[in-house]
Design a protein around this ligand. Structure first.
Ligand code: ADP
Ligand code: MG
Length: 208
């Protein structure tokens, strides 16, 4: 059974609430290797997303992802806003006008999200960015066979958490953290962490 527009709206709401709840953690991570605004940026953006979703009137899962994208792009400053905006926008395009999303479409949406983030930010795996969470997430999602939406997202979330944790020893080569050079090593990348938080929330919301 696939996810309806109501299911997708509920999942995005849950993800927004989860990221909002992680504000302090994300601020703290970004304070260490960036400028400390990542949690604040996403808090602002996803609060605006919740307000937009309250308005309702979305006729497809893609429409929900698209309004999420445009809201993030217009409300989040910094690197992560346009990157997450692009991720949601490409996901929406990948879904097209289907009324129900299945596991295969989630895989396609995640692939499109990663392509968008890479096209925009030009980060490669190992550069210590959200790409280090999203790349293994996409690989894990792809390796699921005939899986439902929640199962695909669970695999993606598990891999994203591992990918985020694996950013700790890396030296940043993209974004603000790269200004620190070798001193960026030894710390978790905030964007990789928020990607893992988002995917975990989407997975939990679509389970059952
Ligand atoms: P800013 O760095 O402008 O203050 P944020 O603090 O909101 O923006 O986001 C920082 C996060 O954005 C980083 O932890 C990293 O994961 C991600 N990031 C930065 N630059 C890039 C890039 N070029 N490609 C992918 N992700 C990036
Ligand atoms: Mg920052």
């Amino acid at each position: 059974m696939g996810c309806s527009v109501e299911d997708v709206t509920a999942a995005v709401r849950a993800a927004a609430e989860k990221v909002i709840a992680h504000r302090d953690e994300l601020v703290e991570l970004d304070r260490v290797i960036g400028d400390g605004d990542h949690g604040e940026n996403l808090h602002r953006g996803f609060t605006a997303v919740l307000a937009k979703l309250d308005g309702g009137g979305f006729d497809s899962p893609a429409a929900v992802l698209k309004v999420t994208a445009t809201t993030l792009i217009s409300t989040v400053g910094g690197a992560a806003g346009p990157l997450y905006g692009t991720a949601f926008l490409r996901s929406a395009t990948a879904l097209g006008n289907v009324s129900e999303v299945d596991g295969r479409q989630v895989v396609a949406a995640l692939e499109a999200a990663l392509e968008g983030v890479v096209a925009r930010g030009k980060a490669a795996p190992g550069d210590k960015t959200m790409v280090d969470a999203l790349t293994p997430a996409v690989a894990a999602a792809r390796s699921t066979v005939d899986a439902g939406v929640a199962e695909v997202l669970m695999a993606a979330a598990d891999a994203a958490e591992q990918g985020a944790a694996a950013t700790v020893p890396l030296v940043a080569r993209k974004g603000r953290a790269s200004y620190l050079g070798e001193r960026s090593a030894g710390h978790l990348d905030p964007g990789a962490r928020s990607t893992a938080v988002l995917l975990r929330a989407l997975a939990e919301a679509t389970r059952q």
